[in-house]
Each structure stands twice: as C-alpha cells, then as structure tokens.
Design a binder for this molecule. Sequence first.
Ligand code: NVA
Length: 307
Amino acid sequence: MRHFLADDDLSPAEQAQVLALAAELKHAPYDAKPLAGPRTVAMIFDKQTLRTQSSFAAGIAELGGFPMLVDGALAGIGVRESVHDVARVLGRQASMIVWRTYAQGNLEEMAAHSGVPVVNALTDDFHPCQLLADLQTIQEHKQQLAGLTVAFVGDGACNMGNSWLLAGATAGMHVRISSPEGYAPSAAMVQRAAAIAATSGGSAALVSDPVAAVTGADVVVTDTWISMGKEDEAAARAAVFAPYSLTVELFEHAKPDAIAMHCLPAYRGKEIDAEVIDGPQSVVWDEAENRRHAQKAILTFLAEDLR
Ligand code: NVA
C-alpha cells in the first residue's frame, strides 16, 4: 500500500512519472476515470483551505470519484476519538484519504491503520501536493527541472521550506534555502535532501544571505511568514523576516528570465512585493491551477493499489 505523506515518498523516477501524467491530465482532463464507481475519497481539513479543498474536490470528480468532505472540527480526530479508530472507520467508507492536519505523526498513524492510500494535504512539516504542482509549473515555463537553481526565501523551517528541499532535490534541482537565524530547516532535513540530491545530480544548501541565495537563480520562491498555527508569533516574526522579503530589488538579483512563485495565500508588502507577485514573471496562478492536475496524477498513481 503506497501513501504520499512526504515529498520523498516518490523516487526521482516516480516523481517524473507523476509529473508527466499531470501534464497529460492537464491536456485531457476528462478522459481518465481511475476512480470510476464512483469511488469515495475522504477529504479532511483541520486547518483552513481554499486551493486544496477546491482542487481536490474538482480533481476527484474529474477522475470519476466522489469527494467526501469530512469536517475536521466535527470529527475531532485525536480528541473525540483516536487517529487509529478514525483510520479504521474511514478506511471502511473511502478508497483513499486526503488529510490536512498539524502533526506529521498523526498522518503517519492514519496511513498505518486505514488500509487505504493516504495523501498529505499539508501538515506542519510538509506540503508535498503543492510541490508537485510547483514542479509541473516550472516544467511548463522552463522545459526542465534538473540543473535549475531555486531560491526559497523566508520561513525555511515551515512545511514549504522542507518540501522544497525534498522535492527539489528529488527533481535534481539545486535548492537554496535562505532564512533568518532560528528559522532554517533542521540539519536532519537538509541532510535528508542532500542524500537524495547525491543520487539525482541536484544539491541542497542553506544560504542565509538572501541576495547570495537569489543571485543567478532560475526560480525564486517565498511563502507566508506566519504559517497556520503560528498566528500568535505574528508580531515577532514580522520584524525578524523583514530582510527576507521578496522585493523588486531582491528579485532583480535572479536571472533576467527567472520566475517568481508563491503557494498562496500571499501577503503583499510582507513576504512579497505586489510588483513581484502581480508582475510578468509571476507564475502563481499557474501553480494554483496545477494543484488540480498534479493531485489527479498522484491519486491516479496511488489508485494502482486499489482493489
Ligand atoms: N506555510 C503555509 C502554507 C500555506 C499553503 C502554512 O502552513 O500556512
């Protein structure tokens, strides 16, 4: 039974296979029906969502399946009943489970007991579906992944920083993470990415100076400074992260044809200038659209395990 809990659950070859399928599905969205039946896919959200809920719901329907929204607050997973018991119950109702939650450990427990494929729709540690969409978007704009340099500027310790390390390394990219002191990814995460990069021809590095990180980059990425669950740290973070804002001036250090990326929601004037996110080199709306195509591809990949 395969799951998609973290970016490196896919080998480099499997990631390439899923991305190729995502491109095919974008071209012909209504042809493939691996969830015909319709099979039910349970979607649970313990944190806020717009893109993830809408893109999974639309994508599951396009694959011939039924997206069953399970209200995380009503279910009270881990509070009202254990993750283990919820996994056993949902595994009897649904063919797959898509879950956005806090602790990666709870997602792993769901996967261990559900008996059906489980997909990470964002945890505190990873956002692997976003990275599939982002890699698809880069391929569309740059016609390649391996060998490109990506600079992630901002909260490197959040789910997006970790996922860029693992997914970028898997794709053979050179990943630079630039964060203020205390907000870098863990040494273990960088090591995990470096081990993948050693097999894919990519690299993984922490570059604390944002100008050095962005200089010569093909892709420049940022994310909110205040991830869901960190709202009470907002004031302190705003001061610490200010030098890591993706301003027009910082973006000018990237290659002239560099693209700017952001998973959204974005806070203009904070982590990114309006002129960058709304400018001609921004690909954020393609990223948002590609969530649907990329997620359909990973669901199709996992559907091979369905009986
Ligand atoms: N790092 C952000 C990503 C939002 C899609 C968060 O976790 O809130």
